[in-house]
Design a protein around this ligand. Structure first.
Ligand SMILES: NC(=O)C1=CN([C@@H]2O[C@H](COP(=O)(O)OP(=O)(O)OC[C@H]3O[C@@H](n4cnc5c(N)ncnc54)[C@H](OP(=O)(O)O)[C@@H]3O)[C@@H](O)[C@H]2O)C=CC1
Ligand SMILES: N[C@@H](CC(=O)OP(=O)(O)O)C(=O)O
Length: 334
């Protein structure tokens, strides 16, 4: 792999795409050249990498000649249609959509957990679901120390997870409510401002949503832990860009708050924020725009044997999407 790769971002004008450009810049990723791709609607739009203005081009199957790494973030149907063309052109795809995640030939990677899996790629590497990635940043180090059996969790997911239109919807609805106007809805089935929706992604026949099952399915693949079980309720909250997850985890080995605290204080990409007596715990407002996730509210679970409760939060657009994708690209050029 070229050490100064020609990078393309597919979906460059979206909430995640914009964050990918910023993350390449902030982490001083050695970009040889950057190509920005989106739909025909965005052709001619100009975005900046450092001081350099780059014009957005329309995504086509011929967009990938000469490109070394393509970061895809334009939805599953775009990945399905265009990622094979990118691979055929000799490019390595880091795909942020859910489309390839459970494909046995595609590594699914959180670099702090299974970065070595990047090397097994056959052209495509998948970026995990945001809620799963953020939860595993705390759960995996605990698993290494105490062997996790299963978790029960509820998520509190920011509107950024639904994309740029949902961020605008929350802003617009708050403005409408403050101005005493009628609330209009375009993205969610219900008002999101001053509300919480126990509904993220589509419902399955079991009653769980697809989003809820990603924790178990993707968690097993990332942690290399085939018997891991997760019962999750995913909830959309009127928060702009950080997800929080309340977790009760049951372990094989004896766990204590002190031993868990020690493990979590040394975990990469994670800050322990746990002084409840001073009202200090991870807050989505303050974890927003930070690279590290945060964990706190550690306590023994009173309803499980060998159980520990914790609260983990992370920026959905960063560790949940753009940062993780750029970290995978960093592994590729190592
Ligand atoms: N890992 C994870 O958990 C996450 C994954 N994602 C994935 O990333 C995708 C994008 O998310 P997000 O940035 O929030 O969404 P946005 O809606 O904000 O942006 C969508 C992007 O895709 C582009 N796009 C849409 N249709 C086409 C098309 N036909 N051809 C080319 N480009 C197209 C848009 O271009 P234009 O502006 O021209 O319309 C835009 O750049 C999601 O659909 C999801 O698959 C997102 C968040 C987290
Ligand atoms: N579903 C996530 C964002 C996302 O796009 O996830 P996925 O890539 O797993 O569909 C959320 O809404 O917060």
């Amino acid at each position: 792999m070229n050490r100064n790769p020609h990078v393309a971002i597919v979906g460059a004008t979206g909430a995640v795409g914009i964050e990918m450009i910023k993350t390449l810049e902030k982490r001083n990723f050695p970009v040889g050249k950057l190509t920005l791709l989106a739909s025909a609607r965005s052709v001619g739009k100009k975005l900046k990498l450092k001081e350099q203005e780059i014009t957005v081009q329309e995504l086509t199957k011929d967009s990938f000649k000469g490109i070394d790494i393509a970061l895809f973030s334009a939805g599953g149907s775009i990945s399905k249609e265009f990622a094979p063309a990118a691979v055929k052109a000799g490019c390595v795809v880091v795909d942020n959509s859910s489309y390839f995640r459970m494909d046995d030939t595609v590594p699914l990677v959180v670099p702090e957990i299974n970065g070595a899996d990047v090397k097994k790629h056959k052209g495509i590497i998948a970026n995990p679901n945001c809620t799963t990635a953020i939860t595993l940043m705390a759960l995996y180090p605990l698993h290494q120390a105490f062997n996790v059996k299963r978790i029960f969790a509820s998520s509190y997911q920011a509107v950024s997870g639904t994309g740029a239109k949902a961020i605008e919807e929350l802003e617009r609805q708050v403005g409408q409510i403050v101005a005493g106007k009628t609330v209009t809805k375009e993205v969610y089935p219900h008002q999101i401002a001053f509300n919480v929706l126990p509904h993220v992604d589509s419902f399955l026949p079991t009653g769980y949503t697809k989003e809820e099952m990603k924790m178990e399915n993707e968690g097993r693949k990332i942690m290399h832990h085939a018997s891991f079980r997760a019962s999750v309720t995913c909830v959309r909250v009127p928060v702009y860009r950080a997800h929080s997850i309340a977790v009760s985890a049951e372990f094989e080995k004896p766990v204590s708050v002190e031993s868990a605290r020690l493990v979590l204080s040394k975990a990469p990409g994670l800050d322990l924020v746990d002084a409840p007596e001073k009202a200090e715990y991870p807050l989505p407002l303050y974890v927003a725009e930070k690279y590290n996730c945060q964990v706190g509210r550690l306590r023994m679970d009173c309803a499980l044997d060998n159980g520990l409760c914790f609260w983990v939060a992370g920026d959905q657009l960063l560790k949940g999407a753009a940062l993780n994708a750029v970290q995978i690209a960093e592994e590729l050029i190592k």
